[in-house]
Ligand binder design. Sequence first.
Ligand code: ATP
Ligand code: MG
Length: 394
Amino acid sequence: MYVILIKYGELTTKKGNRNFFIKKLTENLQHKLKKYDVKIVRDRSRMYLEFLNEDLESIEKIVKNTFGIHKYHLAYMVDTNKEKIEAQLLEIARNSQFKTFKIEVKRSDKSFPISSLEYASFLGGILLKNIEGIKVDVHHPDTTFTVEIRERQSYIYTNSAKAVGGYPVGTQEKGMLMLSGGIDSPVAGYLAMKRGMRLDAVYFEAIPHTSLEARNKVIALTKKLVQYTDYIHLHIVPFTTLQEAIYKNCKPEYCITMMRRMMYRITSQLAQKNKGLVIVNGESIGQVASQTLVSMSVINSVTNMPVIRPVACLDKLEIMDIAKKIDTYDISILPYEDCCTVFVPKHPVIHPRLETCLDMENAFSFDSLIDECVSNTFTLKISDEEKSEYQELL
Ligand code: ATP
Ligand code: MG
């Protein structure tokens, strides 16, 4: 029987929260594994996923991509019987690539007739006799074979494999991810979920200046993010009238600053409606005119909500690396224009003045257009079910 062994030691968190974290992790795994016949067994320090005739590769992929799991071991469960343990260990070793190894035996069943050290060297002898070109190295082995002997069943496993880490999704409250079709914001969403946050996504579109393909691109990106959670509500904000009003009534070099102030206001209102506590976006310091510290502070001043910028201090290349890893990059680079790119002024202001923004906002009443955006926003529930309404774009 296959077992995936997850040790909580890696769930680095305060002691008092441990049970809460483990409960969330269990719920999240139960949800992701619901179509498989997998038994989840927990004890004080670990979790075991036990399964017999299930697709190991798919289950392992789910485990690898579940936040809250830092490392796991692929283990084999055998009856606690010397011959069976030895045969299984030999089979595992024959299927592994290594030159040097070490065997660790742990006995919780003290009635087992041989001491741990003796049994480890005995098992080592079996491997040396049966597999050519290997030797023992107790200090820096390529592979450590661990044999845990329990009363009825024993576990045999090798080195740990790396999973995504972080905290289980749902151990924090909800954030509103401003999700454009670009490279940065999906990465920001991924990193926010990695800290345990749940997400709603907010997308501003300016049809007919932006296309339905651009919207589909955002849906496809949301579907990628949903792999790390159960579902994401994607709020689509019809932004055209407000955006046109900005371009008609504001100085051209301030249009982006003003547009972003409006986006922050609308996102804050949507957060209040949907129980979001913070805003999350893909701003990166210095990347474009609207992301200088002066721009950020002038834009940010429209809301009291904390704004989390997970990629604020990353280089574009570092962001791109994560985008490739989480498989959003190829969607993000599709050429459909976003509402930010349609109306870019020639010389957007790099050091906007708050007073200038306030003057323009006093001269024209944007409030009713903002309210209209909020009330006309419609929401799609993007879930991780296979037969979801929304097809992937790629
Ligand atoms: P990205 O690659 O994610 O689009 P960017 O480098 O293009 O980011 P901007 O266009 O200046 O940067 O936008 C900065 C952030 O503002 C985005 O990462 C995203 O969080 C948010 N944003 C921009 N445009 C939109 C939009 N149309 N809908 C929702 N959020 C947006
Ligand atoms: Mg963008």
